[in-house]
Design a protein around this ligand. Structure first.
Ligand code: NAD
Length: 374
């Protein structure tokens, strides 16, 4: 198959959808890989590394027009809409339930678009979102430690303490993938860590994997109120699938926190879990609400593109290989998780929540790809 790798043109996006190692795997399987000039530069993968591993370097036109399968990281932006076309399979993060102009552009173009974020296993895991949650969780703990420093506006506390001086207290709300990873790094820095969770099963799992090194507490309004009052760093890491984040922290709870403490709202990409949260960028990541530093960057993994690119391509490559080896129709027939990723097939919306969100027609995937699937 002819596989293209597009350069990301969205501001502040330094990731790329395929590493040179991934290109090598695809080339070895007999595929033709064309990488847009400079696509890997932001992740420190120069063009020569792709060429050395069997890929060709091409122009933006060659990549978009000459490919059967196009790999990207972020959704197409407005200037890329005219490049969408029938016969192309696009594999990328799309998030189109919240983006009507892009949904319409995909439908009108007749393209087939597979969204990383809706590839979902039978046990309801989202394997192509998980690595970004791992990165964001780990970064959240680092951001907490960083902004606690006095010159950064924080309380002036070393999170890990030293011999004879108590460590700082980190409260993580939500013990899923983000919460677990935030806790691991906070523990590694020497902090005292509490996780507030709602699921007893998840707490049992965390108890086992973290070997009792964190306090695990049932999440309730009262418990959150009491825990954050005493915290130096609070990390918001809740998720209710398919919904906006619940506003678990009221303005009063936030203003009741210690002066110079840090609140890192990782759930900001789902609207944030505090009344005081609003999205920020890597250029201007924090703001102050009554002495509490708010870090609410909506695309945290963008800060560490080398790690994020490798973590993302580790999980996308097996799906890319499936699509490239047998074609999309046969690949989705074999793998239900991948089938759930198809949002648009030949210009028809095949993901029910997307059709509902925009009041557009829904067409079952098998009606379009079924006939040709093996
Ligand atoms: N800002 C970023 O760059 C970035 C990057 C990745 C993920 N995220 C976001 O981080 C959030 C967490 O993602 P995840 O992958 O860890 O999700 P997850 O589903 O693995 O974990 C969420 C956890 O929250 C728990 N929870 C739900 N309601 C709760 C409540 N009231 N109190 C306590 N716990 C509660 C759930 O039981 C679950 O264990 C999501 O909103 C996700 O979109 C943001």
């Amino acid at each position: 198959m002819r596989i293209g790798v597009a350069k990301e043109i969205k501001p502040q996006e330094y990731r790329v959808a395929l590493t040179p190692a991934g290109a090598r795997e695809l080339v070895q399987r007999g595929h033709d890989v064309v990488v847009e000039r400079g696509a890997g530069a932001g992740s420190q993968f120069p063009d020569e590394h792709y060429e050395a591993n069997g890929a060709r370097i091409g122009t933006v036109d060659e990549v978009w027009e000459g490919s059967e399968l196009l790999l990207k990281v972020k959704e197409p932006v407005g200037s890329e809409y005219p490049r969408l076309r029938p016969g192309l399979v696009l594999f990328t993060y799309l998030h189109i339930a919240a983006d009507e102009p892009l949904t319409r552009a995909l439908v009108e173009s007749g393209i087939t678009a597979v969204a990383y974020e809706t590839v979902e296993t039978d046990d309801r895991r989202l394997p192509l979102l998980a690595p970004m949650s791992e990165v964001a969780g780990r970064l959240a703990a680092q951001a907490g430690a960083h902004y606690l420093e006095r010159p950064k506006g924080g309380r002036g506390l070393l999170l890990g303490g030293v011999a004879g001086v108590a460590p700082g207290k980190v409260v993580v709300i939500g013990g899923g993938i983000v919460g677990y990873n935030a806790a691991v790094i906070a523990l590694g820095l020497g902090a005292q860590v509490t996780i507030l969770e709602r699921s007893v099963d998840r707490m049992r799992h965390l108890e086992e994997t973290l070997h009792g090194r964190v306090s695990l507490v049932m999440s309730s309004t009262l418990q959150i109120e009491e825990s954050v009052r005493d915290a130096d760093v609070v990390i918001g890491a809740v998720l209710i699938p398919g919904a906006l984040a619940p506003k678990l922290l009221t303005r009063e709870m936030i203003t009741g926190m210690k002066n110079g403490s840090v609140f890192c709202d990782v759930a900001i990409d789902q609207g944030g879990c505090a009344e005081t949260s609003h999205p920020t960028t890597h250029d201007d990541p924090v703001y102050d609400v009554d002495g509490v530093i708010h870090y609410c960057v909506a695309n945290m993994p963008g800060a560490v593109p080398i790690t994020s690119t490798k973590a993302l391509t580790n999980v996308t490559l097996p799906y890319v290989e499936q699509i490239a080896d047998v074609g999309l129709a046969a690949a989705v027939a074999r793998d239900q998780a991948l089938a759930r990723g198809v949002n648009v097939a030949e210009g028809k919306i095949t993901y029910e929540a997307v059709a509902e969100a925009h009041g557009l027609e829904f067409t079952p995937l098998e009606d379009i790809l079924g006939a040709s699937a093996v």
